[in-house]
Design a protein around this ligand. Structure first.
Ligand SMILES: [Cu+2]
Length: 625
């Protein structure tokens, strides 16, 4: 019946390697053979079902695929685990009242359905526009749709722009017009039209030349210092594995330094981008780019010489198509070394001599383009044990068409700012939720300390006090500048030679608090924004801070549920969830395209070593207590 299936010998993948193209095909064929799928079945999810930590430690050879299936004919969704070794379905369940990730075809369908809708056409004519080919439609995951029985339908909300011949589809919003589309029933279920507004005139073209500078090239005459074998990367004393995940984009696994484990898994778990404009056509906008769209699926091929340095090593990824067959994303991930500034230096006053070392950093990163915005996530490893996690924000801001061509005199309380005549960009925030499964010197014996610094009362004395965050519900924490607050994951079972617990600290950088009301719809699904830090005890199925299916989901999901049982965090396997918020008050300089804004945080060793690990021979590892 399926000779190809039987003949397929599984490739020798490491336990955490992403599904290969063959494995994706195999998973799909197993489902079809078991009558769980047909050619019409769509696959909003198909990726590796990651084996447990214990299984990975035991060098499991199991390969299991995780699939989310959508049946358009019946409008039903299912979740399956497929054992690729035994060629059986290991688990199967129907998903109720949730909507899996947007399918690629659904963007096309939404566009076609709106374009054909007589009411929408009338709304366009009402605005004096005649050429439908000039219109750009932008389908969005809908948030929660009030007044429409939502969560059992494949709904999208479609924004309208005048593109014309411009390279910039977003420069001329056709304001106040939103079509709510059922992409499965293929019909507009509601047209929201809040009245005709001026359509901005400037085309917002951004393809003109940038004034050139002389070339700046990095030369590595003896080649790079890193080695990549399969999905394993080694550089200096660092070692880690990478995977490209359809939902999360780049995922790092098993990060270690000098053979000492630090971080078992790192990923961008979720995002939420709430817009601060109270109008009904705006107040629902809060893109969950990971859980609604899939930042990996929307990943961009990296351009050497612009997206990444010319000397970068570029790695391809395999992604599932809508029908579950594999497709390649060429140049999905970049690995390269870059200049790291001064590693350390000192000029000696007596001898007049300088001892100084130049640092290098190893960078691994990917880019994703979610409609108008482009994001890059980079992990940079330093020789001193630092991991710097950076998120770059660029692309085109979402803007609205307004009557004003000059900023009103009293604009201090405005919810947006003019960036061009008749174009106002609403204030908005970008919240990133990073999931950091820490394994400092091992998986099972980690605790989380919070450090707060305060004046000690006498003269200039001040002290730092470290206290343990003992359980999940006491570990919802916020930044505090007055206390120079930081968090550190320690291994209480070990000591360095100074008798200190080895640890890795999370050093926040830029951050924000949410400005939407706590009960606002945009925050109901994004509870992770309530705190900068959450800590949970490791559970393999707790991967997404806003839950597995945030789209159209009215229930509280994710972190608030994970901490319900208030598990102990003392000498456990712990996971840090760091919320990083960027408050974006738009500037004219962000238009028509936004210069890259870099934000991020760091993980740095604190007592993990007993001295600067780059000086002389290797420092000794922490000993058992
Ligand atoms: Cu922004």
């Amino acid at each position: 019946m399926l000779p190809a299936l039987l003949a397929l010998t599984a490739p020798a993948a490491a336990p955490l390697d992403p599904l290969t193209a063959d494995e994706m095909n195999l998973a799909r064929r197993i489902l079809i053979r078991a009558n769980r799928a047909t050619k019409a079945t769509r696959f909003p999810g198909l990726w590796l079902d990651e084996p447990s930590k214990e299984a990975v430690a035991a060098k499991t050879t199991a390969r299991t695929a995780f699939a989310v299936l959508y049946e358009p004919a019946k409008n039903t969704s299912f979740e399956a685990r497929i054992d690729l070794r035994r060629k059986t379905i290991a688990s199967w369940r129907e998903l109720k009242n949730v909507q899996p990730l947007v399918l690629q075809q659904e963007y096309v369908t939404a566009d076609e359905v709106v374009r054909a809708d007589p009411q929408w056409r009338a709304a366009i004519r009402k605005r004096g526009l005649t050429k439908l080919d000039d219109i750009h439609l932008e389908p969005w995951a809908p948030g929660l749709v009030e007044g429409v029985e939502g969560h059992n339908r494949r709904l999208m909300k479609v924004l309208t722009f005048l593109r014309g011949q411009s390279t910039n589809p977003y420069a001329r919003p056709i304001e106040g017009l939103i079509a709510v589309v059922d992409v499965n029933a293929k019909k507009v279920v509601r047209l929201e039209d809040t009245g005709v507004r001026p359509v901005p005139k400037e085309s917002g073209d951004y393809t003109g030349k940038v004034a050139p500078l002389q070339p700046l090239l990095v030369s590595q005459p003896k080649g790079a210092s890193f080695r990549i074998e399969g999905h394993s990367v080694r550089w200096d004393r660092w070692r880690f594995r990478y995977a490209y995940h359809p939902r999360e984009g780049l995922v790092l696994h098993q990060v270690s330094f000098a053979n000492r484990p630090i971080l078992y898994r790192a990923s961008l778990s979720e995002m939420s981008v709430p817009y601060g404009d109270p109008e009904s056509t705006w107040n629902w906008r809060s893109a969950f780019d990971v859980g609604e769209y899939g930042i990996g699926i929307l990943g961009s091929s990296l351009e050497p010489g612009s997206d990444v340095p010319r000397h970068a090593t570029l790695l391809d990824a395999v992604l599932p198509s809508d029908d579950g067959t594999p497709r390649s994303l060429p140049r999905a991930v970049a690995v390269y070394e870059r200049d790291g500034g001064v590693l350390w230096r000192h000029w000696d006053f007596v001898t007049g001599k300088t001892v100084s070392h130049r640092a290098q950093e190893l960078v691994i990163g990917f880019m994703t383009a979610i409609g108008n915005y482009d994001y890059m996530v980079n992990y940079a490893f330093r020789q001193d044990g630092t991991i710097s996690v950076d998120a770059d924000l660029t692309g085109i801001m979402l803007a609205k068409g307004v009557p004003a061509t000059k900023e009103p005199r009293h604009s201090s309380d405005a919810t947006g700012h003019l960036v061009a005549p008749n174009v106002s960009a609403p204030n908005h925030q970008h919240f990133f939720s990073f999931r950091l499964d820490m394994d400092v010197d091992g998986a099972d014996n980690n605790s989380v300390m919070e450090s707060n610094t305060a004046s000690a009362g006498a003269d200039n004395a001040f002290t730092m006090r470290e206290t343990a965050l003992e359980s999940e519900q006491t570990a919802m924490r916020d930044m505090d500048l007055a206390a120079a607050r930081k968090w550190r994951v320690v291994n209480p079972g070990r000591r360095n030679r100074l008798g200190q617990m080895p640890g890795y600290a999370l050093i926040p950088g830029e951050n924000s608090v949410p400005y939407a009301q706590p009960d606002a719809e945009v925050r109901r699904r994004a509870r992770f924004v309530d705190h900068h830090l959450w800590v949970t005890r490791y559970r393999p199925n707790e991967l997404y801070s806003a839950g597995d299916f945030p789209s159209l989901n009215p229930r509280i999901e994710g972190l608030p549920n994970f901490i319900q049982d208030d598990e102990s965090l003392v000498s456990q396997d712990v996971v840090l969830w760091y919320t990083l918020g960027v408050t974006h008050i738009p500037r004219p300089e962000d238009w028509p395209i936004m210069p890259t804004h870099r934000t991020g945080f760091k993980l740095i060793p604190v007592s993990f070593f007993d001295r600067n690990p780059t000086v002389g021979s290797a420092p000794r590892p922490a000993s058992r207590r």
